[in-house]
Write a protein that binds this ligand. Structure first.
Ligand SMILES: CC(C)(COP(=O)(O)OP(=O)(O)OC[C@H]1O[C@@H](n2cnc3c(N)ncnc32)[C@H](O)[C@@H]1OP(=O)(O)O)[C@@H](O)C(=O)NCCC(=O)NCCS
Length: 173
């Protein structure tokens, strides 16, 4: 796990692999823009990013602060964090390359983020995802993941997004 800034290339590459979740061009564009400005937590295949190789909040050895030393194909998953308030933060994007689904990468990315946030005194982590009132097998799996890693559904907002219901989920840190 490595914390970087500005890995929009990796975000774009991973989102293109996952059209069932990110198949709408304007959303992909927005996420890629967000990847250029929000903190990026990336799961990396390279040996220098092995667990424990970097202290919380820093890049790993051999990795520039912009994550530039990591090749795009070595990024297996990406999490973008949006922190608007001192005591809460939101998972803006979380995506793992398809062939690495269900290997613990999503859970591990979140654990690293949560450790960093707790160290800063942040108490609440939220995520907005597609709500259950619009049946979608892909997002059933997404909600199962967030429930499994400790998030609770709070409210579904039918009109917050243009085409889909939005479910707010939260986790106490
Ligand atoms: C959702 C996603 C980020 C999860 O990452 P992941 O690395 O595949 O998930 P993990 O292996 O860490 O799973 C942790 C736990 O979540 C649950 N879980 C994960 N995927 C699941 C699925 N498809 N169905 C049911 N439960 C699931 C399980 O309890 C799992 O633990 P287990 O494997 O020990 O049973 C990833 O599958 C993904 O990128 N999906 C497509 C994009 C997406 O939905 N992003 C979120 C948009 S808001």
């Amino acid at each position: 796990m490595v914390r970087t800034l500005g890995r929009s290339d990796a975000a774009h590459d991973i989102l293109e692999e996952l059209p069932e979740w990110f198949g709408i061009d304007r959303f992909t564009y927005e996420y890629v823009e967000a990847a250029a400005k929000f903190p990026n937590y990336v799961a990396v295949a390279a040996p220098e990013a092995s667990p424990g190789s970097a202290p919380p909040g820093s890049s790993g050895p051999g990795v520039g602060a912009d994550g530039g030393a990591i090749s795009t194909e070595d990024v297996l998953g990406v999490l973008l964090l949006d922190q608007r308030y001192p005591t809460s933060a939101e998972v803006h994007l979380l995506a793992v390359r398809r062939k690495h689904h269900r290997a613990g990468i999503g859970r591990t990315l979140l654990e690293r983020v949560e450790d960093d946030l707790r160290a800063q005194g942040v108490r609440l982590l939220s995520v907005k995802t597609f709500g259950p009132s619009a049946p979608d097998p892909g997002f059933d799996q997404t909600r199962a993941f967030y429930s499994a890693v400790g998030f609770h559904p709070v409210e579904e907002f039918p009109d917050l997004w243009v085409d889909s219901p939005c479910l707010l989920m939260v986790k106490a840190l």
